[in-house]
Design a protein around this ligand. Structure first.
Ligand code: PLP
Length: 405
């Protein structure tokens, strides 16, 4: 169990679960604030803006909280844009970075007034033909290799469906020339869980070189990829080191322009992962010939990361924290193998005990489903010590709502 101060204490999590029932997602707003402020502080020496990537967790209360912190919003669908607007973000503070959507969706985003990030040549051409320089756009680049250099960065690989290849620079330039399209920003999002600050430094240098071809740009967007620890002792991106190095580098770059240039980031996981908990109850402790299973009243319909990404989540028995440690295999109640953890050491688990999954804020509820016709959990947000319901538990009526009989 992760027992450090960044986490809500087990008795508090237990008490909240008593009030709202299980399975339950709980988010600690203070942790989100700490993460946001840490990032902000690390880049205080340059013009940096944070756009929260809300596909990690899009409850409108979380979005409002982010807005209150001063963040912008990174969105990947019209639904996310509309949630952002409903949460109070101005269109200007929203960037739309979809992948493989049609022109119509891009035009709807334009009509909503948000920053539009284009990630393929075909759309760039159609958008340029239609709107010329009347609506600025950002271009998502897939860097593959160092511009002018000869070594690969490990992410942004050649088979990726994301972005416009850096090798298509000539093509982009021709389109800019023929359509007059106004390129306002350059973007890259090279992947997830990047630990080495060198990767960001090399990435941004690629965009610096590209920027020479687009003199009207006003921002460089470095996407995300910040790694947070999921296991005790696991390393994470050194935000302070990254901040110091990028600040120096970016301030040097900005001097080449006679207008202000901003550096944007789009963290998702970094901001919300550690804020979140999934609390479930033990339905059965099932001894088989080889294993002791803990069967929970949740499953991959609520938290799919362990099965989908082989992700590790710390698990704690919050209702028997002093119990003797034993080895268990923790599984869900879905009729398909849904193992959360094999051979995990937990304080003795009894039927009825509550187990807590830590770091469940990012891509937890957000990727949940109604598989097996089970209901999605409620969500609770804790702010200044007060727990508030921010999403009701689903009911049977929700399952039938859109079915036509
Ligand atoms: C998913 C995504 C992010 C956030 O990634 P994290 O690993 O959660 O920080 C940022 N930008 C874009 C374009 C994304 O698709």
């Amino acid at each position: 169990m992760l027992r450090n101060s960044m986490h809500l204490p087990a008795p508090m999590l237990s008490e909240i679960a008593d009030t709202f029932g299980t399975p339950l997602y709980i988010y600690n707003a203070d942790r989100i604030r700490q993460q946001y402020e840490r990032l902000d502080r690390a880049f205080s020496g340059t013009r940096m803006r944070v756009f929260y990537a809300c596909k990690a967790l899009s409850n409108v209360n979380i979005l409002r909280f982010m807005h209150g912190l001063g963040a912008g919003l990174d969105t990947v669908s019209l639904g996310e844009i509309r949630l952002g607007l409903a949460a109070g973000f101005r269109p200007d503070d929203i960037i739309f970075t979809p992948n493989c959507v049609d022109l119509e969706e891009i035009i709807t985003a334009k009509d909503l007034g948000v920053n539009v990030n284009i990630d393929n040549i075909s759309i760039l051409e159609q958008f340029g033909n239609r709107f010329g320089d009347s609506y600025p756009v950002c271009i998502r680049i897939n860097p593959h290799i160092m511009a002018g250099g000869n070594y690969k960065i490990s992410t942004g690989h050649i088979d990726s469906k994301f972005g416009i290849s850096i090798h298509q620079l000539r093509h982009i330039e021709r389109l800019v020339k023929s359509t007059g399209i106004y390129v306002k920003g350059l973007h890259m999002h090279t992947g997830s869980e990047i630990m080495d600050t060198d990767v960001f430094l090399r990435g941004v240098e690629i965009l610096y070189e590209l920027a020479e071809h687009f003199p009207r740009i006003s921002f460089i967007d470095m996407g995300s990829g910040f790694k947070v620890p999921y296991q005790p002792g696991e390393p994470s991106t050194d935000i302070e080191e990254l901040g110091a190095r990028m600040t120096e580098s970016f301030n040097g770059f900005s001097k080449k322009f006679d207008h202000d240039i901003e550096l944007w980031f789009e963290p998702g996981k970094y901001l919300v992962s550690e804020s979140g908990y999934l609390v479930a109850s033990t339905s059965v402790v099932k001894q088989t010939t080889a294993t002791v299973f803990v069967g929970l009243n949740t499953g991959f319909n609520h938290l799919v990361r362990p099965m989908f990404y082989d992700a590790y989540h710390s698990i704690g028995n919050i209702s028997n924290p002093e119990g003797t440690e034993r080895i268990y295999t923790v599984v869900g109640n879905i009729c398909e193998t849904d193992t959360f953890a094999w051979d995990r050491k937990l304080n003795e688990v009894r039927e009825g005990d509550r187990l807590c999954f830590y770091n469940a804020g990012a891509y937890g509820f957000e990727m949940s489903s109604n598989f097996n016709s089970r209901l999605r959990p409620a969500e609770v947000m804790v702010e200044n010590g007060e727990a508030k319901l921010i999403r009701k538990r689903e009911t049977f009526e929700d399952l039938l709502r859109n079915q036509v009989v």
